[in-house]
Design a protein around this ligand. Structure first.
Ligand code: ADP
Length: 389
């Protein structure tokens, strides 16, 4: 190879793009960013950035000009624009044919059903009669635009469906009804796949959600049956291969009370359930995402330690307008208490419910890792105040 390292364009200036910058620096890979505003998380660390709207094709063309590859911090770029970029000779990774399955839950359900991938029973509903025919209790989801539990309603009767229909109508999207799964816990399967078809599967992790937001991840999922773990990895590899995903694919799964795994949803970018890999795996999801989108050989996804626990740092009540200073104030205590703790902050100001960072704690003893990571996250959140220990 006599060419210099190609520039990778990233659309979206959130923490996922920011965390790609670390392995990009280590591998000497230039990045160019399209940020939604000056000063957002990734724009703080990627000097070659442009501020603009990802829904505007000329802006996308400007940011990808001279780039071999474009990848994403989020899944919202209109697929028509991606087709146009591909026609200009820019490789979209993942491409529009794959990405639509992460944008539209109805498209995703139909395709996974056709592939024989186990999913909750589901159907698109356009009226109350449709939901009644589907049966209560169920879960209603907008087909597009939902995140962190927004766009999801747990309904037990016809009267409770009004909000969901109103929200779908207001944003001009469809509604999907799903059986309400009785699950033991939520799992996630993460794989990296390159355009030439090489794939690497991370160990299956367990995630704890509160109000639809990921709070905690344990890698690997404690006590998970080997067969079920293998099935979950195969499901993710099948989806990545069949849909032609390039980069990271995260498959959110339910482990049902009767011992099956069902797919909840897909993300085609580094994912919160993979943040543990920054410190707990030989190659992080961010590095493997970059390697995959450039079609470089993938790194090992194997764990470095028996357990890694990731706990998100979320802004608490009373944090409105608090900026990021309270987080830095947490350093002296958190770092002194646990010299093995790994801290990742996103350069974001605190706001109630906003993800502003996460911590990783790894080691041989799961309870110890849980305690260390939870304590540190609570300290950063300010939940522990200044109480002495
Ligand atoms: P989002 O797009 O906001 O991430 P999800 O589809 O992941 O939405 O749903 C958010 C949360 O709601 C899930 O993490 C899970 O806890 C719960 N949930 C979603 N679908 C179902 C279902 N069919 N049965 C039971 N719980 C569900």
């Amino acid at each position: 190879m006599s060419e210099p390292a190609p520039t990778v364009a990233i659309v979206g200036g959130g923490q996922l793009a920011r965390m790609m910058a670390e392995p990009a620096a280590a591998l000497g890979l230039p990045l160019r960013l399209l940020a939604e505003a000056e000063g957002v998380s990734a724009a703080q660390v990627i000097p070659d950035h442009l501020v603009g709207d990802y829904r505007d094709l000329p802006t996308l063309q400007k940011v990808t000009d001279g780039c071999a590859v474009v990848t994403f911090d989020h899944e919202h770029v209109p697929t028509d624009h991606l087709h146009a970029l591909e026609a200009d000779g820019v490789a979209c990774r993942p491409g529009p044919e794959a990405l639509v399955h992460a944008q539209d839950k109805a498209v995703m359900r139909e395709r996974l059903g056709a592939l024989g991938v186990p999913c909750p029973r589901n159907r698109v509903v356009t009226s109350l009669q449709d939901v009644e025919a589907f049966g209560f209790p169920c879960v209603l989801k907008t087909t597009r635009g939902g995140y962190d539990g927004k766009g999801v309603w747990f309904v037990d009767s016809a009267e409770e469906c009004a909000d969901a229909f109103a929200a779908a109508e207001a944003s001009g999207v469809g509604l999907l009804a799903e059986e309400r799964v009785a699950f033991r816990r939520e799992l996630a399967a993460l794989v990296a796949r390159s355009p030439s078809g090489q794939a690497a599967a991370y160990p299956i992790v367990a995630s704890t959600q509160r109000d639809g937001i990921c709070h905690e991840v344990v890698a690997p999922a404690p006590g998970l049956d080997d067969d079920l773990a293998g099935q979950a990895q195969r499901i993710a590899l099948t989806i990545a291969g069949e849909l032609g995903v390039t980069g990271i694919l995260a498959v959110e799964l339910f482990e049902t009370e009767d011992g099956r795994v069902l797919v909840n949803e897909l993300a085609m970018r580094p994912h919160n359930t993979g943040h543990w890999s920054q410190d707990g795996a030989v190659t992080s999801q961010f590095e493997n995402h970059l390697r995959a989108v450039l079609d470089l050989p993938l790194g090992s996804p194997a764990p470095r330690e028996r357990w890694t626990v990731m706990v998100n740092i979320l802004g608490g009540e009373g944090h409105e307008g608090a900026g990021s200073a309270p987080l830095y104030q947490g350093y002296p205590h958190a770092l002194a208490r646990d010299p093995r703790l790994r801290v990742h902050l996103y350069g974001k100001g605190l706001r109630p419910g906003r993800k502003v960072g996460h911590v990783n704690a790894y080691g041989d003893d799961l309870d110890d890792c849980l305690e260390r990571a939870r304590h540190a996250a609570a300290w950063f959140r300010g939940d522990l105040g200044n109480e002495s220990e």
